[in-house]
Unconditional design. Structure first.
Length: 78
């Protein structure tokens, strides 16, 4: 379940990632952060940062209104 959008990985998480790949001084930004469904947020250990290209299937869409559509337009410019 998507829990948030436009997520920066924290310094501690970047260090874990950098041990596996080459050094990078910038914090990576991901399109989404997800949590298990139906549990929701349990702890930081159960959150997953991913990008739009990683989505294979959308099972259900939540409530969307005009405000959400405007917000999506703003996010697409970032």
């Amino acid at each position: 379940m998507i829990y948030g959008r436009k997520q920066l990985v924290t310094d501690e998480e970047v260090k874990d990632i950098q041990t596996e790949v080459e050094e990078d001084t910038e914090q990576p930004m991901y399109d989404y952060i997800g949590v298990p469904y139906p549990e929701g947020y349990i702890s930081q250990e159960y959150t997953y940062a991913f990008n739009h290209l990683d989505i294979i299937d959308i099972v259900s869409r939540g409530y969307e209104d005009d405000e959400e559509e405007e917000f999506q337009k703003i996010l697409s410019q970032i």
